[in-house]
Design a protein around this ligand. Structure first.
Ligand SMILES: *Cc1c(COP(=O)(O)O)cnc(C)c1O
Length: 456
């Protein structure tokens, strides 16, 4: 119930929040010193708090918000849907938004994908892909395939299955006793290459590690799961598309599935609609979420092939049906938001504009690579990252407990900018509606924050 006796301002909402909420990805005690900011409104690339202060959302609210906050087109589509049908269970029932969205996703996805399974968020989409891959092999009489191969530095979400194939210590280590034991193979992450080596050569060389793992484990492995081109949560670690091409061939050769988790990189983020296109591959499972609804509602989609679908299609008594259901599977409002998001891609030259913005971002960031505490400035499409180090030649890192990234975050807030560094990696993943001037501002505030954080 609204409390009319309390003023509608930042201090009040912030205090009421801290009295009752428990926030994700947060040591709540930090909020004794780090502000927590309730937002009153959104407007394109900007968020506005209850005191009217404006913040440029340089990270698209955890990479979801691709066409700006309160985007009028998506908002209108949801309002229209709201008066028709908000939801119906997808077991035994259906609706136009779910059907049209599936048709449209299959039309724009890499060729060869023929079926869409919905879930509620990225992690649950990953659970679907893992279970479906395992179950496919089981339906074929190969129940001994129970394991997964993932890359070092991978992030696929934080429910137990998705966390099992995640290799970011911060999220994984505490819960490790609860998890499946995947096989982790060295990532093609080009930060690790020698200075003279090209991205392409380094990434291709890492396929040898994958081959070794497959030679040993393919017989017990359901699938290899990867984040195409950019391992975002690991710190925007990037690699060359040739790895995707080579990996697709290896998965075919060794009879394991390839799961492409494009939850973060899908929908134009890397310069193409899907990152897989750059390696000219079709995965066996394509997992989508985050940008799918333009950042409006929680929805994920797992696209797969007809060959996989057919392995489940049998007499009821054969017991081959896929079993995974969420109450809100294929929610009508979320599907409608996604349909409108895809309509924006159809009606506007989004990818062309993103390439121009990416070129501008690259130009604005270039001087930072000379900085004595910057090991690397890297970029793939509209994702860019600045890797801070204590020593540029040895790449010796700052101790985690110094929390230098947090200081960049706090400086950003004081300048009306939402930057959320991943450890010592300052990154940019702006909404596609950002302007070149706003990109300049974003880089300027980050540069100031980096100077401040390096002072002692
Ligand atoms: C965010 C993310 C997920 C998990 O999605 P949630 O909706 O947060 O559960 C999975 N994989 C990747 C690559 C992601 O970036």
């Amino acid at each position: 119930m609204p409390n009319l006796s309390q003023p509608d301002n930042h201090a009040t909402w912030s205090a009421r929040d801290l009295a009752v909420l428990w926030h994700p990805c947060t040591q709540m005690r930090d909020h004794e010193t780090v502000p927590m900011i309730p937002m009153a409104r959104g407007e394109g690339a900007w968020l506005i708090d209850y005191d009217g202060r404006r913040y440029l959302d340089a990270v698209s609210s955890w990479w979801t918000n691709i066409f700006g906050h309160a985007n009028p087109r998506i908002a209108a589509a949801i309002k229209d849907q709201l008066d028709k049908l908000e939801h119906v269970m997808l077991g035994g029932f259906s609706h136009a938004p779910a059907i049209e969205l599936a048709e449209e996703l299959l039309r724009i996805a890499p060729p060869g994908l023929a079926r869409v399974f919905y879930a509620d968020n990225g992690s649950s989409g990953i659970e679907v892909a893992l279970k479906m891959s395992f179950h496919y092999w089981r339906n074929l009489g190969r129940g001994e395939k129970t394991r997964f191969i993932a890359l070092t530095g991978s992030y696929h979400g934080e429910t137990l299955g998705a966390l099992s194939v995640t290799d970011v210590a911060l999220y994984r280590d505490t819960y490790a006793p609860l998890l499946l034991a995947p096989i982790f193979v060295t990532s093609p992450d080009c930060y690790e290459r020698d200075a003279q080596q090209s991205w392409q050569d380094y990434s291709i060389a890492r396929l040898a590690d994958m081959r070794v793992a497959l030679e040993r484990h393919a017989h017990e492995t359901c699938a290899v799961i990867i984040e195409p081109l950019v391992q975002c949560a690991a710190g925007m670690r990037m690699y060359h598309p040739a790895y995707l091409t080579g990996l697709r061939k290896l998965c075919d050769e060794f009879e394991v599935h390839l799961i492409a988790d494009e939850i973060a990189v899908g929908f134009g983020r890397t310069g193409t609609l899907f990152a897989c296109e750059q390696g000219d591959i079709t995965p066996d499972f394509l997992c989508l979420s985050k940008g799918l609804t333009g950042g409006f509602l929680a929805l994920s989609a797992v696209l797969t092939t007809d060959a996989i679908y057919q392995a489940f299609y049998a007499e009821y008594s054969a017991g081959k049906a896929f079993l995974h259901s969420h109450s809100y599977t294929g929610n009508a409002l979320a599907c409608r938001a996604a349909l409108e998001t895809l309509a924006i891609f159809r009606d506007e030259p989004v990818l062309e504009r993103n390439r121009e913005l990416a070129a501008h971002l690259s130009y604005a960031l270039a001087p930072l690579s000379e900085h004595p505490h910057v090991a690397e400035v890297r970029q793939t499409g509209l994702i860019a990252a600045v890797e801070l180090v204590r020593d540029k030649t040895t790449r010796d890192v700052f101790p985690a407990e110094q929390r230098r990234g947090l200081r960049v975050y706090q400086h950003g807030l004081s300048r009306g900018m939402i930057l959320r560094p991943l450890g010592n990696i300052v990154y940019f993943m702006p909404p596609y509606v950002i302007t070149p001037d706003e990109i300049d501002l974003m880089v300027e505030v980050a540069r100031e924050g980096i100077e401040i954080t390096l002072r002692d």
